[in-house]
Ligand binder design. Structure first.
Ligand SMILES: *[C@@H]1O[C@H](CO)[C@@H](O)[C@H](O)[C@H]1NC(C)=O
Ligand SMILES: *[C@@H]1O[C@H](CO)[C@@H](O)[C@H](O)[C@H]1NC(C)=O
Ligand SMILES: *[C@@H]1O[C@H](CO)[C@@H](O)[C@H](O)[C@H]1NC(C)=O
Length: 440
């Protein structure tokens, strides 16, 4: 087979048509520069278009947040947003604004609202934006620590900084890379400020727990937060690479009867899904053995099913996760058993979804997916004459329709033959054939 035929052969197309055209797409990321700043930023190296690769998204009302970690030089701002009503190649706006979103000309943080480098962010139901900032620049080469790693919480209605928590050295390691943040709000009220954040430290295989009420953080370790040596090989966009990344993403269920949620989590280099009650995570003094035994393996998605990110859609109780090696998206209804049959690949497209990096459900029943060709960016070269970055969106109900992630029907919940018989009676009733059946 020639190589084009091979690529076509390797491309799977599942439902991708439902997502066409992408909501946003870019060859390179550009910004909504004030005045003539773009030209001077390009000439002094503050902006090097090719070095900007997005890794995270989150939607709030008319904004879609887009994060750009500082892998390389020339990234004006790490935390940005586009307006949903803007064009398909919308320019990015630094958040909270140009002055504070960017570093100063000496490369320092402009204020306590400056996010230096973040991978992913979280919007909670209290209209707050949670950001975990690694505080570094030029991660891929001469890494420099600009600020201590921290959590920033913004009020999205006013853009005010509600909270900034700076991590103490004892919860971090030299290899720490903080990749995602999930937030549990305790009780119904937002104003009480009783919330916990669960941050994945992919680089040092840990979950950092932050209590907003106590303004304190601690570190939780477990063997299952490490990578699985059987799942360290990747091939995406025709590039082979090897990753030993640990726990990189977590998402929370709705609160259970006992008042605690389950944190669903997974390392990147793994095909397994894990679960842990926040009862253990929230207890700073939980005994080591309890933590050791507190992580449950709930199943395996099968070969080549590594995921970078996951999120639970509260409307459908479905966990969505990226499928990096399949250029696609998988799902699992958390009320069903976790096995290969119940974790289908529901989207796949090697053009639109080459390296799906982040997935988020918003509060209006929509799913948002970011694909970014990360393997080309890190290990080869990107072709900036092509579209490299895409944001796709669809209602979650449309995505899961007719798949194993849909809610169980009444019939399949009734067990075995009783269910089947009842179904046939109902079908006959609907068709107006109930009488003969009754007299049978
Ligand atoms: C480069 O130019 C931009 C845009 O005018 C400016 O904001 C920034 O401070 C300059 N940076 C340096 C290092 O001079
Ligand atoms: C897009 O939305 C923003 C914020 O809601 C608003 O300021 C702007 O006028 C809108 N633009 C268009 C073209 O409707
Ligand atoms: C951020 O800095 C401002 C000005 O220095 C200060 O008034 C404010 O309290 C700080 N906010 C937080 C959340 O640390």
């Amino acid at each position: 087979m020639n190589s084009i035929a091979k690529i076509l052969f390797m491309c799977l197309f599942y439902q991708a048509a439902a997502l066409i055209p992408p909501k946003f797409q870019w060859k390179t990321l550009d910004f909504a520069w004030p005045g003539s700043e773009r030209q001077s930023a390009m000439s002094n190296g503050t902006y090097i278009a090719e070095n900007n690769m997005p890794t995270g998204i989150a939607r709030w009302k008319d904004k879609l947040f887009i994060t750009i970690p500082r892998w390389k030089k020339g990234i004006p701002s790490s935390l940005n947003f586009v307006y949903l009503n803007d064009s398909q190649n919308a320019p990015l706006h630094p958040y909270p604004n140009w002055e504070e979103g960017c570093l100063t000309s000496n490369g320092a943080a402009a204020s306590n609202r400056t996010v230096v480098s973040t991978f992913r962010v979280h919007v909670d139901r209290c209209n707050r934006l949670w950001v975990v900032d690694n505080g570094v620049t030029e991660m891929s080469k001469d890494v420099r620590q600009i600020t201590q790693p921290s959590i920033l919480v913004f009020d999205l209605k006013t853009d005010a900084l509600l909270k900034k928590y700076v991590f103490k050295d004892d919860v971090l390691r030299d290899s720490s890379v903080l990749t995602s943040i999930a937030v549990e709000i305790v009780g119904k009220e937002c104003a009480k400020g009783n919330a916990f954040a669960y941050i994945t430290d992919m680089g040092s295989n840990a979950i950092l727990v932050y209590s907003m009420k106590d303004d304190d953080a601690w570190r939780v370790e477990n063997h299952y937060f490490h990578f699985d040596p059987h799942a360290g090989v990747y091939k995406v966009g025709g590039i082979d690479f090897y990753w030993s990344d640990g726990v990189s993403s977590g998402t929370l269920s709705q609160p259970k009867k006992d008042g605690y949620c389950d944190l669903y989590l997974h390392p990147t280099s793994s095909t397994k899904q894990f679960r842990m009650s926040t009862k253990l995570l929230r207890d700073k003094d939980a005994p080591k053995e309890d933590i050791f035994n507190g992580v449950e393996i709930i199943g395996d998605r099968g070969p080549k099913s590594q995921a970078t990110a996951c999120d639970i859609d509260p409307a459908t109780n479905v966990l969505f996760y990226t499928q990096v090696c399949k250029n696609g998206l998988g799902c699992w209804n958390i009320d069903k058993q976790f096995n290969e049959e119940n974790t289908p690949l529901i989207l796949s497209d090697c053009t639109l979804m080459e390296f799906p990096n982040d997935v988020k459900a918003d509060r209006e029943g929509n799913l948002w997916i970011l694909s970014d060709r990360q393997s080309r960016f890190l290990y080869e070269a990107m072709d900036f004459d092509q579209v490299n970055f895409r944001v796709l969106t669809s209602p979650t109900s449309t995505l899961i329709q007719g798949t194993a992630c849909e809610k169980k029907s009444i019939f399949s919940r009734l067990s075995g033959s009783v269910g089947k018989e009842l179904k046939s009676i109902l079908i006959r009733a609907i068709k107006g054939k109930i009488l003969p059946l009754v007299y049978q």
